[in-house]
Design a protein around this ligand. Sequence first.
Ligand SMILES: [Ca+2]
Ligand SMILES: [Ca+2]
Length: 351
Amino acid sequence: MKILHFSKFTTFLIVTLITITLVSGQWEYQQSCFYGENKVAVDGYGRTVLFPAYMWSSCTFLIKKNPGFCQIRLDFPSYTSSSANSAGDCDTDRLTVRNSVTVNDGFSTCGDLTGKHMYLSFGDNCDTIEITPKFSTTSPFGYYNIEVTPIPCSSPDLVPTYCLQNYNTSTGVVTSFDYPKQQQNSQQYTICVHSQKVEDWKEISWKRCTSEDGFPGSSPFSMISSDVPPSTCDTDWIAVNGDQPRCFNVPSNLRSTWKPFLINVNFDEMELFPPIIDPEFATSAASCIGLRPKSGDLFVCAWFAEPSHVNSGTCQCDVSPVVPGFDPSVLFEPSPDVGNIGFCLKYEVQT
Ligand SMILES: [Ca+2]
Ligand SMILES: [Ca+2]
């Protein structure tokens, strides 16, 4: 059932779940799951605003590929949800993407997405991209708007299939999802700087955001926590095309002439270090002795009982045997992935 609707604002409680609205001279569809359903097809010919049938409902939007269309752009005019937990998991609220060649299947994010965008390309073998906003009933959030714009294969607005985000202006600010809150895990994606003027662009320079860029007081680059810069970045990093992966920091002015202009983002599957072998966690003789197999036999631990207190004592461990090249102190350092907030970088293109 469709209703032609000329007001910009569609009544939220309207029973009809597809409406058409005239916005800025363009017809715009509005669509939600039917009450009690958890999937709905979006025909994908025109711009469509996705919204929930009711608060905290879960709905998978099946966005159809129509002949001559290659890609969709998602905009988030209004999308606030719970941030990831300290392990980087979107465990309360989650937006999941499936069946696009742009990101791994099941790519998910959460937090404040308002103002963000995503490009998602259709693959040769799949004609439906799935978008699932999911809100927990315990979440303080539950309402959203996602605008879907189908992009024809012949359109100048089409971006390369690997670009999850694209910026087409000569200056801009890019951030990780939900920056400056909790950094999320298990994300691999590409942020592009690409426009029809790319032939005229000679060089791009990247800098850390400053307080003027909208996030005063937040660290502009927080992806690993360590006192010492690692020699290689192999967990959470970004790489500007033409530059090495950066995880600890980025140079104050990182310039590249490598095209396409882009940043690859890699957040690994963990935001917490593997279980730390810390003798302070051992509270009994058994748990103390058990640290040896837990450490892969790197440590031999002994329990020293406190005679004056029942079930009280201390656990002491020594490295044994010493493995060449192994630095046992790393096991006692603070978790390198705790409290990271992601990155905020700004770029400028030179012609
Ligand atoms: Ca990590
Ligand atoms: Ca991290």
